[in-house]
Design a protein around this ligand. Sequence first.
Ligand code: DGY
Length: 323
Amino acid sequence: MTHPKILITRLIPDAGLALLRQHYPNFEVWTPDLPMSREELIQKSKGVDGLLCALTEKIDAELMDSIGPQLKVISSMSVGVDHIDIPAATQRKIAVGNTPGVLTDATADQAFALMLAAARRITEAERFLRVGKWQTWIPNLLLGADLAGATLGIIGFGRIGQAVAKRAQGFDMRIIYHSPNAQPAYNATKVDLDTLLKESDFISLHVPLKPETKRLVNADFLSKMKPNAILVNTTRGGVLDQTALYNALKSKQIFAAALDVTDPEPLPMDSPLLELENCLIVPHLGSATKKTRDKMAVLAVENLIAGVENKKLPNCVNLEIYL
Ligand code: DGY
């Protein structure tokens, strides 16, 4: 084929750009920090053979059709692909690539960091100090929760869920999980969802966002949790009903929540969740380490190159297109 037309929708790490340059020196990359508007994306992507995107771009059937029938590959620098209409891509024989595996440890670390931070009220304590409230040592000041001996419930026992379990073993936690098809690992016991909600002191969410997991965490779910429980979400904001979470945190139905992801993103600054001391929120940083983002960029570029060269992607989400 002649030189493929490629658009990269975000400024990805140099490791990925350098690899692409070795193969195809001419490509377009959107460099501003803020993503393109929908109109800009439609405009700039017209006629491309390969699109490398991130979770900030909605890749739907309308966009695929506007790009044109030559589009061979949509490579996302993410493991989650809920921003891409996979059936629409499959129908059009467009390969969709993602970046699983390379971000497992970083995301599990983040889940664990959030779990510890919420348990020990780290951000709340820092706010306390910064406004000058630290006057002396107080026996009952900002008391938190122990991890040792506590029960950790993991919902979604795939790569990341298991990596969280592996870490929890070292913290002497009892580990239970709910995940229909996953085999036990790391001393974790498989239980049904109600048992997990009833017994867990910590719950960490690791299910992908799909129609069946949308708003999985709702008022009913929260009402079954223990009053001392801490909820951690590092997957997608859509898995959780934020109004129900606000009510549960405000009324102390549960102890705390720590969120790496929200719906929408960014979280509007007038979100009531931001008023709560027992809700820790960070801006979607699960995979945000230098090494991990480099690996994600390289893998996304490898998927892109394979796609424009009509080869099977190293990590393809819709393998049916090759049948
Ligand atoms: C993903 O890859 O899906 C994360 O949410 C961003 O790293």
